[in-house]
Design a protein around this ligand. Structure first.
Ligand SMILES: [Zn+2]
Ligand SMILES: [Zn+2]
Length: 241
């Protein structure tokens, strides 16, 4: 083989390798990741801070928490998500980031902004310190947010030594005290939810005498100050206490 032939051979080999590269890993990746796989079914944007439910469906953290304020069932399959544990999927977050970077770099800025927004949301929601007498937002078993007052702290006698807050809140019943684990998702900083008028709240006096035994949870539309949603739940507070 003369010098010229060797050069051509080398070039051919290089082309072959490049072709293989194009055929295999890069293209398989394209096949596996379709943009739709990474889209949140609620906001229809890329999933930010992915959270999965027991049913296997995944949403943005904020979208899921907002959705949970109004609905019981998963947005996709209607499985009761209020009984489901939330699982954060850091690997998916990373995959989405990599996918946008390599396939839609023009969308990276918007995605990064949404991630910053999520961080700020978490910071605002977080209860920064826990002291007796302090007021915080607490979510009751009906998923309605109320203002609660920390009455005392309790440490479990078990080996786990979980800290509980004994909390008093006036939601469904005005005599409600409950022990809730300190790290429970049922807490938020004071006003994070309870200052909002667009989410369900309790309204105890119903005007309709036939609904006397029912507590009304109503939700105001912030745009026109009209009640646009009503939920009724049975008031058992006088029986149980
Ligand atoms: Zn979303
Ligand atoms: Zn589901």
């Amino acid at each position: 083989m003369n010098k010229q032939q060797k050069k051509i051979q080398k070039q051919n080999d290089k082309l072959k390798i490049e072709k293989q590269d194009n055929d295999s890993p890069q293209n398989i990746e394209d096949l596996i990741h379709d943009k739709n796989d990474f889209i949140c079914p609620i906001c229809l944007n890329y999933i930010v801070a992915a959270v999965s439910l027991k049913c296997g469906h995944t949403f943005c953290e904020i979208c899921l928490h907002e959705y949970l304020l109004y609905f019981k069932g998963c947005h996709i399959c209607n499985d009761n998500m209020r009984k489901s544990k939330f699982a954060y999927c850091y690997l998916l977050d990373q995959m989405i980031h990599e996918f946008i970077k390599s396939h839609h770099p023009e969308e990276l800025k918007t995605y990064e902004m949404a991630k910053i927004n999520n961080k700020e949301w978490r910071k605002k929601k977080q209860v920064s310190s826990i002291d007796v007498g302090q007021q915080i937002d607490v979510r009751d078993p009906n998923f309605v947010w109320n203002v609660g007052t920390i009455k005392r702290l309790k440490i479990s006698q078990e080996a786990s030594k979980i800290k509980y807050l004994v909390i008093h809140y006036e939601g469904k019943s005005d005599k409600h005290d409950e022990e809730i684990a300190e790290n429970s998702p049922r807490f938020a900083a004071l006003g994070f939810y309870t200052s909002r008028n667009d989410i369900p709240k309790y309204y105890k006096q119903t005007k309709n005498p036939f609904l006397k035994n029912l507590l009304c949870i109503e939700c105001m539309d912030p745009n026109d100050n009209q009640f646009n949603q009503q939920f009724f739940i049975e008031d058992n507070s006088s029986e149980s206490e």
